[in-house]
Design a protein. Structure first.
Length: 183
């Protein structure tokens, strides 16, 4: 059920078999699999959060983002219509936190369009601002839940944008193809 809820993230929500294959590929290549940050899981039942709170939080947060010297210029250059973008972000967080299903976009593709300007430390800055604003605006359980979700999303985005497996050393031999795949 958890993976089904995250199918919109595409390959970021891998099956157990896909994860094992990735692990074997990384082990044979000499590269180490990046370890995700340990983020506490907070159940929605422990997190009283409303649409009204999101509608107040998101504009407040992005006002801080726009003022920031590191990430503000990137956002200002990327966003043409801030009112429409804020509505989309409210839909995103409503879908993520309240399972409203209103968001119909692709966050990876949206960020990939600006990959030339986005750096990994910018994700850390975004998360620091998010923590400050959510801590100020919300009760501790709701702030913690939003921070944990944002950290997982940031980690997924960084993996999608920056992590690439090295090319395979050569063509696969028939012996390397699983028996279930041989025809």
């Amino acid at each position: 059920a958890r993976c089904a809820r995250n199918r919109r993230w595409g390959s970021l929500c891998a099956s157990a078999a896909q994860s094992r294959r990735l692990g074997r590929a990384l082990a044979g290549s000499g590269h180490r699999r990046p370890q995700p940050r340990q983020v506490p899981i907070i159940l929605a039942l422990d997190c009283p959060l409303s649409e009204a709170q999101l509608e107040a939080l998101i504009p407040r947060f992005y006002a801080r983002v726009r003022e920031d010297g590191l990430i503000g210029p990137v956002f200002d250059d990327a966003i043409g219509d801030w009112d429409a973008h804020l509505e989309k972000l409210i839909d995103f967080w409503s879908s993520v936190m309240l399972t409203s299903g209103r968001y119909k976009g692709n966050p990876v593709a949206a960020h990939a369009r600006h990959l030339a300007r986005i750096t990994p430390p910018m994700f850390d800055r975004w998360l620091a601002l998010w923590a400050e604003v959510t801590d100020q605006a919300l009760a501790p359980p709701a702030a913690a839940a939003l921070q944990a979700k944002a950290a997982r999303i940031a980690e997924s985005l960084k993996l999608a944008l920056y992590f690439r497996l090295p090319p395979a050393p050569g063509p696969l031999s028939a012996a390397a193809v699983p028996a279930s795949r041989k025809d």
